[in-house]
Design a protein around this ligand. Structure first.
Ligand code: UDP
Length: 236
């Protein structure tokens, strides 16, 4: 697989073309950001840790029958992925109240949500990723009803797999964000799953082990990401 020119550079990852038009190389950089890119930093080893973390989780999801764009690790901070046509809608599942839900609705952080909730956000930095509903996605052509149905059912399928995986390793999967795209007409999980896009708390102490450590200046961000990975069985 030949690495070609960079196609896109996001806040923490870059996408490169390859000699196969259906395959991209996804590079995880050491950059991190929060609050729509207002707070930024470089964290040593982050690219490697998130690349290997993502590969581990994607393999688990693939084994459980979830279609994923991840194909294989190709270096410490690069993975080979399918070229998806991305759907510009972020899917968020919450098992426990935290973050924007608490701010928006005045819910106490840590409230267990029964049932777990499912929310949609438009992927648009300039508009600060506003919350949307299915009617907006349909009316503005961001996704079809069939795609929305599949995104919701796959997002909950991911929840069944990952809630158990984290619980068995002494952690609570509080919430997470997924992005989907189309490959040969099929809805496929894209982007990444790492502590950058989810909340993970130690099951006993409630200690934060995810990107909130960066957002809230709690320190030792990558040490905690690595600890989460090690508990799950990731080898770094
Ligand atoms: N999230 C994300 N990218 C986004 C927005 C949210 O990865 O652009 C993740 C976030 O890390 C958390 C979950 O989605 O795990 C829910 O985020 P929330 O709506 O609470 O927003 P936040 O408080 O992170 O701004």
């Amino acid at each position: 697989m030949q690495k070609r020119e960079e196609l896109y550079s996001g806040k923490a990852k870059s996408i490169f073309k390859t000699d196969d038009p259906d395959r991209f190389i996804m590079e995880f950089r050491d950059d991190t950001s929060a609050f729509d890119g207002v707070k930024k930093a470089q964290l040593s080893r982050k690219g490697m840790v998130n690349n290997k973390f993502n590969a581990f989780v994607m393999e688990k999801l693939k084994d459980a029958g979830v279609p994923v764009h991840f194909e294989k690790l190709i270096s410490d901070n690069e993975s080979l992925v399918k070229n998806l046509k991305m759907i510009p809608v972020e899917c968020v599942v919450r098992n426990v109240a935290a973050g924007s839900l608490c701010k928006r609705l005045g819910i106490k952080e840590g409230t267990v949500l029964t049932p777990s909730t499912f929310e949609l956000f438009l992927k648009n930095d300039e508009l600060h990723d506003p919350m949307i509903n299915e009617y907006h996605a349909l009316a503005f052509g961001w996704a079809t009803q069939d795609q929305l149905d599949q995104m919701r059912s796959l997002t909950f399928q991911v929840n069944d797999v990952l809630k158990t995986l984290f619980a068995n390793a002494g952690m609570t999967l509080v919430d997470y964000k997924l992005e989907f795209g189309l490959f040969e007409g099929q809805v496929v999980l894209g982007d990444e799953f790492s502590p950058d896009g989810c909340r993970i708390w130690d099951a006993k102490t409630g200690e934060k082990m995810d990107k909130d450590r960066f957002r809230q200046d709690l320190g030792n961000v990558i040490e905690y990401y690595e600890e989460v990975g090690k508990r799950l069985g990731v080898t770094f």
